[in-house]
Design a protein around this ligand. Structure first.
Ligand code: PEP
Ligand code: MN
Length: 361
């Protein structure tokens, strides 16, 4: 007799582990049954009053050695796991998620299929400043055989005293240039009020980083028949970014392009931190095309090319960058826009990189 030895104690613990396992799985089966009944009755599954009653009954019966607080914590975990089991996989799958739709969504803009496996490019000034300014960049874009142009008419600026954009006049300039040069145009809209005028003037409505969680704006652009380029918020998690896209799609608009544009971190060497791994994560978790804005993510001209290459190598569907005929006098983002010569050099390097097929658009 005497004290059981270590081996025996361990054998008892092993046996108890299996008993606990069987008990929690038996509980899970019952919880699933309850879930089915609640589902049929349309009752909300989580019931805090019932949880409190269960926890009280358990702690009342607790004879130790565990403290009541420890027992509560352990059982809360068991309850949570049970609830998750109740949640039907389908109701968890978002409209934008791969679980919901396996095939890639392709968003055609001006004849360019965005998201079909061939990378696409969007260049243009930060802000629309004049017809001549936009037309000059448009010429450089067209000369490269490219089909997409960007330019901001409504600029969400940090200071209310900074240039706010030309507004509707800017959209008119974009339309005129787009028609003359055969380009598709992407431009930011900052309020539901301007969506209607945008529909007549541009090909893609951009929702900027500062508005990624402007839910009324997201819902409003979800109701139109126009592609949306949704930029990641300044400090948005991937989950929040995906949630924002879901807001748009839930209203019926599935033509959404996601755009990683860098997030705010402690790093000061770049304007933002390009979260390059967000690209494959978004590609895996959603069926939407993913672009990378190398201008706003870096804020540095010397990083545009390496970051564009990184974006293409990691599977981005497109790259966006700002180009201005005379960046030194640009009304916004003067430091980070490429001039036309730099644009040519950038493009030559992209073509040389073999990351894009020949006759790219
Ligand atoms: C822009 O693309 O013009 C812009 C303002 O970008 P972001 O919203 O990403 O800052
Ligand atoms: Mn800009």
């Amino acid at each position: 007799m005497g004290n059981p030895n270590l081996e025996e104690l361990r054998a008892q613990v092993d046996a108890l582990n299996i008993e606990v396992l069987e008990a929690i799985n038996k509980r899970a089966n019952l919880v699933q049954e309850i879930g089915k009944i609640k589902g049929m009755q349309g009752v909300i599954r989580f019931d805090p009053v019932r949880e409190r009653q269960m926890l009280n009954a358990i702690t009342d019966a607790n004879k130790g050695p565990f403290e009541d607080s420890t027992i509560e914590k352990l059982f809360k975990e068991i309850f949570k796991a049970g609830l998750e089991l109740q949640e039907d996989d389908n109701s968890k799958a978002l409209l934008v998620s791969r679980k919901n739709k396996k095939e890639d969504t392709i968003v055609p803009v001006n004849g360019v299929p965005i998201g079909n496996g061939t990378p696409t490019f969007v260049f243009g000034p930060c802000s629309v400043e004049s017809y001549e300014q936009v037309a000059t960049v448009a010429g450089a874009v067209r000369d490269k055989g490219l089909k997409l142009l960007r330019g901001g008419a409504f600029k969400p600026r940090t200071s209310p005293y900074d240039f706010q954009g030309l507004g509707v006049e800017g959209l008119q300039i974009l339309k005129r240039v787009a028609d003359e040069f055969g380009l598709g145009v992407i431009s930011e809209i900052v309020t539901p009020r301007d969506i209607e005028v945008a529909l007549d003037h541009i090909d893609v409505i951009q929702i900027g980083a500062r508005n990624m969680q402007n839910f009324e704006l997201l819902k409003a652009v979800g109701q139109v028949d126009k592609p949306i380029l949704l930029k990641r918020g300044l400090s948005a998690t991937i989950e929040e970014f995906v949630g924002a896209a879901e807001y748009i799609m839930a209203q019926g608009n599935s033509q959404i392009i996601l755009c990683e544009r860098g997030i705010r971190t402690y790093e000061k060497a770049t304007r933002n931190t390009l979260d390059i791994s967000a690209v494959p994560i978004l590609k895996q978790e959603t069926h939407l095309p993913v672009m990378v804005d190398v201008t706003h993510s870096t804020g540095r001209k010397d990083l545009l090319l390496p970051c564009a290459k990184a974006a293409l190598a990691i599977g981005a569907d497109g790259v966006m960058a700002e180009v201005h005929p005379d960046p030194a006098v640009a009304l916004s983002d003067a430091a980070q826009q490429m001039n036309l010569k730099e644009f040519d050099a950038f493009w030559e390097e992209i073509l040389k990189s073999k990351l894009v097929p020949e006759n790219i658009q």
